[in-house]
Design a protein around this ligand. Sequence first.
Ligand SMILES: [Cu+2]
Length: 489
Amino acid sequence: MLRTFCYCCVGAVLLTIAGGARDVARAADADTADALGPPIHAVLTSPPNVPPPTMRDHPAHVIVELEVREVEKEISEGVRYTFWTFGGTVPGSFIRVRQGDTVEFHLKNHPDNKMPHNIDLHGVIGPGGGAASSFTAPGHESQFTFKAMNQGIYVYHCATAPVGMHVGNGMYGLMLVEPPQGLPPVDHEYYVMQGDFYTVGKYREKGLQPFDMQKAIDERPTYVLFNGSESSLVGDRALTAKVGETVRLFVGNGGPNLVSSFHVIGEIFDRVWYEGGTHFQENVQTTLIPAGGAAIAEFHTLVPGSFVLVDHSIFRAFNKGALAILKVDGPPNKAIYSGKEVDSVYLGDKAQDLAVVSRVTSSAEKGTLTVEQQVKAGQVLFAGTCSVCHQANGHGLEGVFPPLAGSDLLANDPKRAMHIVLNGLTGNVTVNGKTYNSVMPPMSQLNDDELANILTYVTNSWGNKPYRYTAQEVAATRKATARPPGAAH
Ligand SMILES: [Cu+2]
């Protein structure tokens, strides 16, 4: 196996640099010497960034200043949500200290906030992991101090009642307590954290969506996301690496409810420090990350392409948003993988620029939506939903999938298409003189505006007879027709 460095050698080198004869650290070997030197302000980073290594061979007095902010942001294209955050992002700022450090923690609650908050750090030994000492009203600040006794990667979260609601709104993050000798150097360190979200509206239903307490209690999330948004780690925000590099992922799971089956499609983890602990497992395909838990996963890249991070509870990836992309650039290696990359296999509509969907939403809100905008948004969604069967060029597949390009069936009765997509189609159907006897599954998981845009794209492409569908028209069809058993809403 190709390897840029060997862990034992790197460890040995680091130990030599540190000038100490310390063994691989375990909690029992904890470096609990007194903090040395003047206080240091911890570097905090927003996801997916990770602060640089502490590079210290001694414990220090470290000051962490974390501010809670309640912010309205995009959770999905054209969908807004009021997140409660540690530091303005979901997950919250990444905290990196060294085992043995004395951490002076300042929790600030921004004066514009509406709620009181506190913090429970799983890396802290003490009542509530700090929660007991950090209850903070808006416009106030709390302070407490702890010693980072155990190395590892730890979740922190808000623990103010109703706890589930604070966590469900995005109040969690990670703190890394480095072992005394530090972690072996790698080419990239990234911060990825899963969370489940509960909105009153359906998946991708546009507008500002309130939190849904009943769905949260029932553990029926509308979204399952990495880093708090469907678009946080795709497109030009994808994680990046080059062929031949090592990647270290700090992966947390904030919950509040779901356990994650974390997997990177097309990669194998060389090592996983499962449960964020001291031992690693090697050659892992999927690692389980409990709610309120974390892991460190490392792998090296061998071939270029888009590698997809998912929760392998797979409906969460493709129907609730638990999907992120690592884009690896570099020369192919045909001995390891022969094929050319076809982005759409796993990426669906994420392979496209989903910003057009957001633009359509804001235009629709302003009442300025044009056919051209609908067509653009519809094209993106068509690529992720319909093109597997009807093909990107609308020609279908001889004898299996009827064409949408030049379909006489569609031209003669454009309204019927809404019914077909919502409720599916089975049995004999004749398109342009050819009979098909196949099955089209209902696609009623699509929202009214999504469906209106897809069909407007279809009827305004490939020389078809133009027709403009509206969300209202789709909603009326949805109401007037019954879904077949098993179809989504
Ligand atoms: Cu809170």
